[in-house]
Design a binder for this molecule. Structure first.
Ligand SMILES: [Zn+2]
Length: 195
C-alpha cells in the first residue's frame, strides 16, 4: 500500500508487533495486513463422493476447486460457506462439521493474504448445476478426483479429508448429522462500546 487510505500521505514500512507493516507517518494509520477470510465447504454425499467445481474465471481458469468464496460484510463463515456452495453448485447444504482453516499468501503479493475456512457439509435440497464462476460441477469419488486441482489450501483440505475418513469422522464420510441447528445468517453487532 503506497498511499494512506485515510489522509493520502505516502506510507512507510515499520516493524510493529513482529511483522513489517505499512504505516502513515502523517496520521499514524496502520495497515495491519490481516488476511481476508474465504469460506467454503466440502460437500460429501452418501457414497462418500465430493463436489468439485471447474473454474471459468481467472485466477486458475480451467482448474478444479472446492466451492468457496470471500465472506461478505458482517457474515459468519458458516453462512458464507452455505451461500457460496449454493451460488456455485445450486446445492442447499447443511454443515456437518469443521474441516480446518489454512492461511495462504504469495511472496509476490506481500500485502495480501487469505485464510481459507472449510467445513464438511451434505446436500439437503437443490439440484447440482454450475452457477457463479463455475463452468461445470460434479461429484467425484476420492480415488478419481478431477485434474488439475488448484490452490494449495485445496490440497490440504483433501489430505485432511483422507485422514478424517480413516479416522471415521462422520462428516468426511457423508454420514454426519447436522453439526448444529443454529441460524448462521444472524449478523453480530460488533459495537464494542456496548459490551
Ligand atoms: Zn495518513
Amino acid at each position: 500500500m503506497k498511499f494512506c487510505p485515510r489522509c493520502g500521505a505516502e506510507m512507510e514500512t515499520r516493524t510493529l508487533l513482529d511483522y513489517q507493516r505499512r504505516v502513515c507517518p502523517q496520521c499514524d494509520y496502520i495497515y495491519w495486513n490481516n488476511p481476508l477470510p474465504v469460506a467454503g465447504a466440502l460437500v460429501v454425499d452418501e457414497r462418500g463422493w465430493v463436489v468439485m467445481a471447474l473454474r471459468n474465471e481467472a485466477p486458475a481458469k480451467d482448474s478444479w476447486n472446492i466451492p468457496a468464496g470471500f465472506m461478505e460484510w458482517g457474515e459468519s463463515a458458516e453462512a458464507a460457506a452455505c451461500r457460496e456452495v449454493q451460488e456455485e453448485t445450486g446445492l442447499e447444504i447443511e454443515l456437518t462439521g469443521f474441516l480446518g482453516s489454512y492461511g495462504a499468501g504469495r511472496r509476490e503479493w506481500p500485502w495480501y493474504s487469505v485464510t481459507f475456512i472449510f467445513f464438511y457439509a451434505r446436500q439437503v435440497a437443490g439440484t447440482l448445476q454450475a452457477g457463479d464462476d463455475a463452468a461445470e460441477v460434479a461429484f467425484f469419488p476420492p480415488d478419481a478426483l478431477p485434474d488439475p486441482i488448484i490452490f494449495s489450501s485445496n490440497h490440504h483440505v483433501l489430505r485432511r479429508w483422507e485422514a478424517d475418513r480413516r479416522r471415521g469422522v462422520g462428516g468426511a464420510l457423508g454420514q454426519g448429522s447436522a453439526w448444529a441447528q443454529i441460524d448462521w445468517s444472524a449478523a453480530v453487532d460488533c459495537d464494542h462500546t456496548r459490551e
